[in-house]
Ligand binder design. Structure first.
Ligand SMILES: Cc1cc2nc3c(=O)[nH]c(=O)nc-3n(C[C@H](O)[C@H](O)[C@H](O)COP(=O)(O)O)c2cc1C
Length: 208
């Protein structure tokens, strides 16, 4: 039995969000092909995701000096450990996110900051930083108002490119992105885009 971690990155209710609707469609299809697998949901807008704030940096400083942590420092570092362990224990990972201001919503960056932990998910070698995670399938399902996969705006895409880079930094290179673009462009055909995306997701669900 494999464990799939689904990370939802959108404050909207599922029914009002194209990226969540597509992700739920993928998960339903995945369940059909993998009924024995466990699907764990992490909704970043409904979960406690600590920011790298003064408490966290103080806690990190105290780890070295073995000084006692305050209750808040303790709570935040324990939560970061939990989130990192949950990510490390997942056999497969699915992210869903909308494209916001040329990237993904900020909670995903906060989440990346909590799971990029030196000595746990990456380490430093003579050649530089290297991932410590075993490779595993990772999927990003994203929806965008405009077009960024190609054309004049391709250089302005800091969402898929960043997530793919940070996954690779941790050791996860089996990365795929399925993206519905142009959903807010009048002259495009958003329903066709959604349908194309569903067809791709349906195929991928058989082998993911
Ligand atoms: C705050 C905000 C910022 C956005 N920024 C962009 C953007 O930079 N480029 C773009 O193509 N679409 C942008 N959009 C449009 C969304 O990417 C698009 O509507 C997407 O389909 C929303 O997905 P959702 O329904 O899952 O929330 C933005 C939407 C919001 C709400």
């Amino acid at each position: 039995m494999a464990k799939l971690l689904y990370v939802k990155v959108n404050p909207k209710e599922d029914g009002n969000s194209d990226s969540s609707i597509l992700a739920n469609f993928f998960l339903e299809e995945y369940r059909v092909h993998n009924p024995q697998d466990e699907i764990e949901i992490l909704d970043l807008y409904k979960s406690d995701i600590p920011f790298l704030d003064v408490d966290v940096f103080r806690a990190w400083g105290k780890f070295a000096s073995k000084e006692k942590l305050t209750p808040v420092e303790q709570e935040k570092s324990e939560r970061m450990d939990q989130l990192t362990d949950q990510f490390m224990e997942a056999d497969k990972i699915v992210f869903s996110a909308p494209f916001w201001n040329l990237s993904f919503p900020p909670m995903l960056k906060a989440y990346m900051d909590t799971i990029c932990i030196v000595g746990k998910t990456f380490h430093y070698t003579a050649e530089g930083a290297a991932g410590l995670l075993e490779d595993r399938p990772c999927l990003l399902i994203e929806t965008r108002g405009g077009f960024y996969s190609e054309g004049p705006n391709a250089e302005l895409e800091f969402s898929k490119s960043y997530l793919q880079a940070i996954m690779s930094f941790l050791g996860i290179t089996n990365f795929k992105a399925i993206i519905a673009e142009g959903l807010d462009v009048n002259s495009s055909n958003p329903d066709q885009m959604r349908a194309n995306c569903r067809a791709e997701l349906s195929e991928l669900a058989k082998t993911f």
